[in-house]
Design a protein around this ligand. Structure first.
Ligand SMILES: C[S@@+](CC[C@H](N)C(=O)[O-])C[C@H]1O[C@@H](n2cnc3c(N)ncnc32)[C@H](O)[C@@H]1O
Length: 319
């Protein structure tokens, strides 16, 4: 079974993540939070490498948690599953009576398993109901957004979350088409989008609806809002010398990570003050120069790694 689970999602930039977290994992009480447990690939490798480490594995997807918990059963109490969103780091730590941790890992976005689950509607390649919620018990589905949002709201989503040049055209087409019948499957959406967004030339450019799917997924799961709220909590949860590693998969996510790291790496004393106020010294030392990418070898094994952008930072003593 473990073999089967590990085949559902290959952990991205695994060796680099382990290498970056390693110097911070010391002593017999070290704790790492894996904020995006998924199928537990990164967590499994961490628990194997550090025999005294405990890992809190957060995921909002109950199915991912169930599968990962089975896979990680052999580590006993060293693995602590938490069904939550990663902007609840503070609550998860409080529930477990933990004040600070030695490492935090975020491997953003959806897992290959979620993309492959044909009934969840994440992928334009499969005709399925347009759900796209990572936790199907919470919030509104993509079909609901397509039915309820105005032309203007849909345009904003496609533009801001999909960076889609034809956002207004796509939104107008959807609003027009839904008068006749609700848009509830990916097959229907693909047809509509293909009729207004021309396929870009070249074989690698993907389906014309690719950006629309990305935008809807981000909106349905409030992915960017969640990340904005999570990063300050993650930085606060790190002990001095602890490390934070974040892998994002598109420029919108990476922009948020980059800004949070930049802000963390400077004093928070207002610039007009003549001297630094107590407790406002820089919180972070950034460990990566720009973004790091997967190696050619990894890309040949795992195409999902192609869009990964990794940034890492270490927590400084704040004074
Ligand atoms: C790319 S996968 C992680 C894969 C994992 N590192 C592995 O090796 O198996 C991302 C996971 O994060 C979860 N996720 C996405 N956004 C989340 C959020 N805001 N809070 C908690 N989990 C989230 C998804 O449900 C998904 O299972």
């Amino acid at each position: 079974m473990t073999q089967e689970i590990s085949e559902l999602h290959r952990p991205v930039m695994l060796q680099r993540c382990l290498e970056l977290l390693k110097p911070a994992i010391k002593g017999s009480k070290a704790v790492v939070i894996d904020c995006t447990l998924g199928l537990g690939g990164h967590t499994e490798a961490l628990l194997e490498e550090h025999p005294d480490l405990s890992v809190i594995g957060i995921d909002r997807d109950p199915m991912a948690l169930e599968l990962a918990s089975k896979r990680l059963q052999r580590f006993g109490k060293r693995f602590i599953p938490a069904e939550a969103t990663y902007d609840q780091i503070a609550e998860v730590l409080a529930e477990n009576g933990i004040e600070s941790v030695q490492g935090i890992l975020m491997d953003l976005g959806v897992s290959s398993m979620q993309l492959d689950e044909s009934d969840r509607g994440f992928a334009y390649a499969q005709d399925a109901p347009l759900d796209m919620r990572m936790n199907q018990q919470v919030g509104n589905s993509a079909a609901h957004l397509l039915a309820e949002l105005s032309d203007k709201e849909l345009t904003a989503i496609f533009k801001n979350f999909g960076e889609e040049r034809h956002a207004a055209l796509a939104a107008r087409k959807i609003v027009e088409a839904r008068k006749a019948s609700p848009i509830s499957t990916s097959g229907q959406l693909n047809k509509l989008i293909a009729s207004v967004i021309p396929a870009a030339p070249g074989k690698t450019s993907g389906h014309p609806a690719k950006r629309i799917y990305q935008a809807l997924r981000i909106a349905v799961n409030d992915e960017l809002g969640g990340l904005e709220r999570a990063l300050p909590q993650a930085i606060d949860a790190l002990a001095t010398g602890a490390r934070l590693v974040v892998m994002s998969y598109h420029s919108l996510e990476d922009g948020i990570v980059k800004r949070a790291f930049q802000q963390g790496a400077v004093s928070s004393t207002p610039i007009e003050m003549p001297m630094q106020l107590p407790g406002t010294s820089p919180k972070l030392s950034v460990l990566t120069r720009g973004v790091e990418r997967a190696t050619e070898f990894e890309l040949s094994q795992n195409p999902r790694a192609a869009s990964a952008r990794l940034r890492a930072a270490e927590k400084l003593e704040v004074y």
